[in-house]
Design a protein around this ligand. Structure first.
Ligand SMILES: Cc1cc2nc3c(=O)[nH]c(=O)nc-3n(C[C@H](O)[C@H](O)[C@H](O)COP(=O)(O)OP(=O)(O)OC[C@H]3O[C@@H](n4cnc5c(N)ncnc54)[C@H](O)[C@@H]3O)c2cc1C
Length: 339
């Protein structure tokens, strides 16, 4: 076996990872009368009801998933489970009609002997089975810097002792997040920022929460073009400038990058972004050089994605939900000159 052959990366590594699906529901804040978040014990695990902007997030489920890993689908059973759990402590029960958004994700769990995903480890592991290839598996969001450090340490170790000694120690624990540096001073100056920009203070607070000390870049866009200071139609928590900033500064290439990833409009509105997608496309088009046909394709794809997600959420189980979600192809797969 040639251990330098990059083709070896195609082999399955030494780790076995199991995918565990977890779904969350988003409901408007006025649907649950509580001044604090709620943690409930369930048969298998816990359920969180978390205040989030003008919404509550309710989650989560924890079930094995062996279907489409690119698009885990929430079924009606998943949604019903969460509603039943939360309704057990609510005076005014929630129904499907209260659900603004649903999202599903997969936890990458290092596989062990247990059949039950809720008991599998949330830890990560790093391996270096082939020279030049470091593999990291498992892990979670709150430990991402430790994960990165462990992976880089492993790569450095693989370079041999001569390099090992020349590479300084990791200092990730002292590196502020992007937008953290100077944030507190700007927070103190929020009244002034509002007065100077002409935006109301709630907007400034929203922008500070999203961009931290990078807020000046977003306000700069509005300074150059005051029309960008208007809210997006049907998603008025967000300014038009935020769709532009997502495209010019945050690498968004497609409508779903802006509506699902840079903002969360797709889960924060009952229409799931279908009423704002045309204007977002209008804002993105000149920045990315889209033709009228390209713009139309982006919109069509986004609407198909929302329709497939909605349909999957009416399906009784994982298999039927997966079948419905597969109805919408990825915009990358259907072809885009920019992807
Ligand atoms: C149900 C659930 C509960 C969790 N709970 C916790 C918790 O309590 N604590 C914790 O620390 N961690 C938790 N995690 C884990 C945490 O969510 C992940 O560790 C974290 O999100 C990983 O971040 P990431 O940026 O690496 O990947 P992701 O968050 O998965 O981001 C990757 C992004 O890339 C996008 N993408 C993928 N392919 C493409 C492409 N080709 N083009 C454009 N975009 C693409 C995806 O849509 C996605 O938005 C949970 C995960 C799940 C599923």
């Amino acid at each position: 076996m040639d251990r330098r052959n990059p083709g070896l990366a195609n082999e399955r590594g030494q780790f076995r990872v199991r995918a565990s699906k977890g779904i969350h529901l988003v409901v408007p804040r006025d649907r649950i009368r509580s001044s604090t978040g709620i943690i409930l014990r369930t048969d298998k695990s816990v359920l969180f009801v978390i205040p989030w902007g003008r919404h509550w997030i309710i989650g989560t489920t924890d079930t094995d998933w062996a279907l489409d890993k690119a698009h885990p689908a929430a079924s009606q059973r998943d949604i019903r489970y969460l509603l039943d759990q939360v309704n057990s402590v609510l005076r005014a029960p929630l129904t499907e009609a209260d659900v603004e958004g649903v999202y599903a994700g997969l936890r990458p769990l290092l596989a062990g002997e247990s059949a039950d995903t809720s008991t599998l480890s949330r830890e990560h592991a790093v391996g270096h089975s082939v020279p030049g290839l470091v593999v990291i598996a498992g892990g979670k969001y709150t430990t991402y810097r430790v994960m990165a450090k462990d992976a880089v340490d492993e790569a450095v170790h693989g370079l041999g002792q001569a390099f090992d000694r020349r590479i300084p120690n990791c200092m990730t624990q002292d590196v502020p997040l992007l937008g953290a540096d100077g944030y507190r001073a700007l927070w103190n100056a929020r009244h002034q920022l509002a007065a100077e920009s002409g935006l109301n203070e709630a907007r400034i607070v929203h922008l500070l929460n999203r961009y931290g000390s990078m807020i000046g870049e977003v306000l700069g866009l509005i300074g150059d073009d005051p029309a960008l200071g208007r809210p997006l139609p049907a998603a008025d928590d967000y300014l038009r400038a935020e769709a532009v900033y997502a495209t010019t500064h945050e690498g968004a290439l497609h409508l779903d990058d802006v509506l699902c990833r840079r903002t969360r409009i797709s889960i924060e509105t009952f229409d799931r972004g279908t009423d704002s997608c045309r204007e977002v496309a209008d804002l993105m088009a000149p920045l990315l050089g889209w033709s009228a046909e390209h713009r139309a394709r982006e919109i069509e794809h986004y609407l198909a994605r929302v329709a497939a997600e909605r349909e999957s959420q009416t399906m009784p189980d994982d298999e039927t939900a997966d079948g419905a979600r597969r109805g919408a192809a990825d915009i990358i797969a259907v072809g885009s000159p920019l992807s």
